[in-house]
Write a protein that binds this ligand. Structure first.
Ligand SMILES: [Zn+2]
Length: 361
């Protein structure tokens, strides 16, 4: 999709920089084009998240080589079999030996066998070393007619909450599950503590080094949770995952205290990205519900549809008397809203069982 803003930036970058860059640097036009596209992406995401008076700063610079500008091959070289050749212009090429970690090597081998398509390579410089990020693509098939809606939500007190609803029996949510994110909280707490100690000793450089280490540890945990969530989804027939669309959520920061608190607590957006990519690899479609569809999911009774004020851990419905885990109630509402917007199942609010439809741990 091309938004008006994107079009404007693209046009002005093209007019003001493209021709000039072609004159100044003796580079493939394809390279200048990808540089322009990248600049547009950066500006666009900056505009979307922008807070007042913020200034665009690039923490890291990367160079994108699309298919026209690189080749990758496996050789008999003793140093490493993997070589990446970057073409800068008609005459200049650079060949670089690439060393992979074990996981990445397996993926690259799959790509060499044709299971993945090579899209682009991003060259990133970090701490004086160059890293090649391979962007691989794969077309996956997802079922036309999903049978089970799996809602994944961030909770008030949990990193993630999941619930499954079958289209055949929409009034009966199944197997609610929680991921508390305790390990992530522990890592964060630990690093906060170390950071404070280092700041007291004015070891600012050390503080910066810690940031990457902390991020890697947190990401590792997010991968574990994402794997568990996808495994949870896979136990149901023809699952489809639905989550709240959190892109550009920063815009609403000051407007909603509730959102603010939830968003700050744990890195749910990053978890969503991991879930999406792992789910797709398993042939599970992922849909995002737009913000307006997710409104009041935490304040609505999933059994009777009544809107209530919530305090504390439990959702208590003053109308039908439902007492339910708060995060799970919100999650069920997300699944229901997807079903409603897709026109699946009857969603008249009729009481299911007496008491609780799902056991709350
Ligand atoms: Zn109710």
């Amino acid at each position: 999709m091309v938004s008006g803003l994107q079009f404007q930036i693209e046009k002005s970058l093209h007019e003001k920089c493209y021709e000039k860059a072609k004159e100044l640097f003796n580079l493939n036009t394809a390279l200048i084009q990808t540089a322009r596209d990248k600049a547009v992406e950066i500006l666009k995401s900056f505009e979307e998240k922008r807070k007042e008076e913020s200034v665009l700063k690039l923490k890291r610079i990367s160079i994108r080589f699309d298919k026209r500008c690189y080749s990758f091959s496996k050789t008999n070289n003793a140093l490493t079999p993997y070589w990446l050749t970057l073409s800068l212009n008609r005459k200049e090429r650079i060949s670089l030996p690439i060393v992979f970690g074990e996981k990445q090597r397996q993926r690259i081998e799959e790509a060499l066998k044709g299971e993945w398509k090579f899209a682009a390579v991003e060259m990133v410089k970090r701490d004086g070393e160059w890293y090649a990020h391979f962007i691989l693509k794969k077309v996956v098939e997802v079922p036309d007619e999903p049978e089970t809606v799996i809602a994944i939500d961030r909770g008030e007190r949990n990193l993630a909450v999941a619930v499954a609803i079958s289209k055949k029996n929409p009034n009966k949510p199944m197997k609610g599950n929680f991921w508390k994110g305790e390990e992530i909280k522990r890592i964060r707490g630990l690093y906060n503590h170390i950071r404070r100690r280092l700041q007291e000793k004015k070891l600012i450089k050390k503080v910066k080094e810690l940031r990457g280490k902390e991020r890697r540890k947190v990401n590792q945990q997010l991968h574990i949770v994402a794997n568990q969530i996808v495994a949870y989804a896979k136990q149901f027939p023809k699952p489809i995952i639905v989550m709240e669309d959190l892109t550009g959520i920063r815009d609403n920061f000051d407007k909603s205290k509730e959102l603010n608190r939830r968003f700050h607590s744990l890195p749910f957006r990053k978890l969503q990205i991991y879930i999406e990519y792992k789910a797709l690899l398993e042939g599970i479609e992922v849909r995002y519900l737009p913000k307006k569809e997710v409104r009041n999911t935490s304040k609505t009774c999933h059994r009777c549809g009544h809107a209530a004020q919530v305090n504390g851990r439990e959702f208590r419905c003053p109308k039908c008397g439902l007492v339910y885990n708060r995060d799970l109630n919100a999650c069920i509402n997300i699944a229901r809203r997807l079903m409603r917007s897709a026109g699946w199942g009857s969603l008249a609010f009729e009481p299911a069982d007496e008491g609780k439809g799902v056991k709350t741990p």
